[in-house]
Structures are given as C-alpha cells and as structure tokens.
Design a protein around this ligand. Structure first.
Ligand code: ASP
Length: 295
C-alpha cells in the first residue's frame, strides 16, 4: 500500500515556472497526474513568445513548424508521442491521445496530423509574424543571431505517489525537414518508472538521444543515487565518452518517487522550476563540466 505524498512538480527552464504553477493548481484541485503534466506543458506550448515550443516555435529550413512531444504515465508504464507534427498548437495533448486512444506509442508527420484532426484538433498557423521574419533573415545567409532551442520537460508526483512526465519542443530552429530530436523518444527526452522516479532532458537532441539520457538518470536512481547525483552522473557519462559535448548544452531534470528533485547541465544557463507546498521556485542547475575541469 502506497503512502500519501506531498505533490512535487519539476520542469525545465524559466518558462517551467508557469508550467509547474498551473500543474500544481490542477493537482491541488484533484486532477490526475496526467492532466497536470499535459495542461502544465500546454501553458508553454500556447505562449507565442516562447520560440522553442508549440505556437510561435522556430520553423524548419522550409519555414514550417514541426513539433515533437511525448508523455509517459508511471502507474501503467504507457507512453504516447508525436514527431514532426505540423499545424497543431498542443502536441503534448495529441501525444496523450496517441497513448490513450490508439494501440501505438508514436505517430509521425502526416499520420500524426490526420490523427489529431480526427480527434478534433484545429489546424492552425504556427508561425508568428516575428518567427516568420526571423526565418526570412536566416534564409538570407543561413545564419541566425539567436540559435537557442529549448524543451519544456515536466515531471509530476501526485499525492498517491504516482508519477508522470512529458516534454514538448519545436526542436532545433531551421532544422532539416523531418529532423527529430530526443524529445519524443521514450528513454531519451523523458522516462518514468513509477517505483523509482522520472526524468526529462533538454538541449541538443542529437547528443541526448545517443545516451538514452532520461532512462540512464532513472536507472541510476534505481541503483540508489539521488536525483541530483543521477543527473550529474549522466552528464559525466556523456562528457567522458564525448568530451567535445562540453561545448553544447544538455540539461537534465529528475524527480524521485519520494519527491526528491535534481538537475544538472553541461553549460551554465540552465534553470529549472520546482513546485512543492503550493510554491514554485526557479534554480540554477549544477554545471557538471566545470566540476570536471577545475581551473
Ligand atoms: N532537445 C530538443 C531537440 O533536440 C531541443 C532542446 O531542448 O533544446 O529537439
């Protein structure tokens, strides 16, 4: 029999603060852990000012926004994902329906779009005037003044001690059409084991997925490491195999089944938000590269 828990929610980046606040409100009002994850992530997907997620996300090289998202439910160990999804503002909600309404775990491209339409989602323009202008500037010399890219990754623990996690991104700006990163891949962009913990990743997907990074964080927690140690150890593993990755950003967040949290990154600048006891706080993640290479 599981013990009653204080709910805890963790999310990536500064925009994660609004996401955990909304998710926390839902948990407080008795919504399910999956609702908290999905609707918390929707907050960032629907915000056009966020240039790396959902509506207003940076487009691919052809000027088309292609979105990746995944969700995973601890109690059932089920997952759903979409990749290269066009014209839909809330890809995490489509990912949840892939999990709940189909026998599949991932839909991509046109198939994902057709499924979303069947489920009642509206096809919409995802480029804002600003993101279209920035893409046109990029087209002129194939260089961008701002090549940042982020993912909203969010993991939640409810009062029953059940976990869920999700993530959503528009991926790398001006990517080759069809490019898919770590985010929709279970084990890379996110992972949940209800008896152990949950993890999610952000940063350069091409490198995150080569290390099954979120799975590794959870497996290290299973071996007894705290969420913080597990995130740091995973970054250390990535840097040991590929020291050149110290120059790219990879950020990891983790939440244990007992409500402990952790976060680590290769480079400075990765913030994450934690919500507990009705209060959300932003913190800077521990930078592992600087621990490894003292002056
Ligand atoms: N991981 C995402 C991707 O590679 C982007 C990011 O989080 O920065 O698609």
């Amino acid at each position: 029999m599981k013990q009653a828990h204080s709910p805890v929610i963790i999310a990536t980046w500064r925009f994660g603060k609004e996401a955990v606040e909304h998710a926390g409100e839902l948990l407080r009002n008795g919504h399910s852990v999956l609702d908290a994850v999905e609707k918390g992530i929707n907050v960032v997907e629907l915000e056009p000012a966020e240039k790396s997620v959902g509506f207003g996300g940076r487009p691919n090289a052809d000027g088309v926004v292609e979105l990746d998202a995944a969700i995973m439910h601890g109690p059932t160990h089920d997952a759903g994902a979409v990749a290269g999804l066009r014209h839909i503002k809330r890809p995490i909600s489509v990912a949840r329906l892939v999990m709940e309404k189909t026998p599949h775990a991932m839909l991509v491209g046109d198939g994902a779009l057709q499924f979303a339409i069947q489920q009642g989602f509206q096809q919409e323009h995802l480029l804002t005037d600003e993101s279209r202008d920035q893409w046109k500037t990029w087209l002129e010399n194939r260089q961008s003044a701002d090549d940042s890219h982020d993912t909203i990754g969010l993991a939640a623990l409810d009062t029953q001690g059940d976990l869920a996690a999700g993530c959503s991104t528009s991926g790398i700006g001006y990517k080759l059409p069809g490019r898919v990163g770590d985010s929709p891949l279970v084990g890379s962009g996110l992972y949940v084991d209800n008896d152990v913990g949950a993890a999610s990743a952000t940063g350069l997907g091409e490198e995150i997925l080569k290390f099954c990074s979120s799975f590794l964080v959870v497996e290290l927690m299973r071996q007894g490491l705290s969420p913080q140690e597990a995130c740091e150890q995973t970054i250390r593993r990535i840097l040991a195999k590929k020291p050149q990755n110290k120059d790219i950003q990879i950020g990891l967040i983790a939440l244990s089944h007992t409500g402990k949290t952790g976060a680590a990154a290769c480079r400075p600048g990765f913030q994450y938000a934690v919500w507990r006891e009705d209060h959300a706080e932003l913190s800077d993640a521990v930078i592992v590269a600087s621990i490894q290479q003292p002056q």
